[in-house]
Design a protein around this ligand. Structure first.
Ligand SMILES: Cc1cc2nc3c(=O)[nH]c(=O)nc-3n(C[C@H](O)[C@H](O)[C@H](O)COP(=O)(O)OP(=O)(O)OC[C@H]3O[C@@H](n4cnc5c(N)ncnc54)[C@H](O)[C@@H]3O)c2cc1C
Length: 191
């Protein structure tokens, strides 16, 4: 059976895990760019902690790590949920929306905030990243920064840097890299 679940919070993750374990084809749609629901970095407020004791909040088949305190922090709960999703391969069933052109522009600026980015370079990065995830853009900008710093201490970023970084990510990293970082389907086809 094909199963569609809306939301990758605690409820959606557990539901997906059960359906997957029964051999169903699951797609878990999440409107934000990560799992965890109220425990995801974008939604929780600074300093939030679990008010339920660790051992009462965890899934019965996946205990929280032994080093966690009795009332884990929001970040720890988030990491626990990520580990749960990975362990039961629920993460592979999650579909998150991909950033549109405006979103990609904001991500390029955000992750490249310490770089000397000219508008033409931003435009090119936006154009070349159609259909990729935010994680892919983050990694691309990290590589651009590395290349730029190695060349001239981070003073310039050029179109050639984008080309080189994309080549590295697509051909050196290969298909797995593209899949893990949420590369566009067109990119997978080129490999
Ligand atoms: C600050 C805070 C502290 C809390 N502390 C505790 C506690 O100590 N103990 C306790 O038992 N409970 C606590 N809770 C309650 C908490 O809400 C639940 O424990 C649990 O995390 C809820 O999980 P959920 O999956 O039902 O909902 P959520 O965590 O809200 O997840 C729902 C997910 O669905 C996604 N979604 C919604 N609509 C759509 C859509 N149309 N398309 C795609 N995706 C969609 C959302 O983005 C979200 O990721 C706390 C809640 C908050 C806010």
């Amino acid at each position: 059976m094909r199963v569609c679940i809306i939301g990758a919070g605690v409820s959606g993750l557990a539901t997906a895990k059960v359906f997957l374990s029964q051999g169903h084809a699951v797609t878990l749609f999440e409107q934000r760019d990560t799992l965890g629901g109220v425990w995801s970095p974008a939604r929780r407020y600074p300093g939030v902690r679990l008010q339920t004791k660790r051992d009462y909040y965890c899934f019965s088949d996946f205990p929280m790590p032994g080093h966690y305190p009795e009332f884990p922090s929001g970040q720890q709960v988030y990491e626990y949920l990520c580990a749960y999703a990975k362990h039961f391969q629920v993460d592979q069933a999650i579909e998150v929306p991909l950033p549109d052109e405006i979103g990609r522009g904001k991500l390029v600026r955000l992750y490249g905030s310490n770089l000397a980015l000219e508008q033409a370079v931003v435009d090119e990065a936006v154009r070349r990243t159609e259909g990729v995830s935010a994680a892919f853009i983050k990694e691309l900008m990290r590589r651009l920064a590395q290349g730029s710093i190695a060349r001239d201490g981070g003073c310039t970023v050029t179109s050639a840097d984008i080309e080189e970084a994309l080549n590295d990510m697509l051909f050196e990293g290969g298909r797995l890299n593209v899949k893990l970082l949420g590369g566009a389907r067109e990119m997978e086809k080129t490999l």
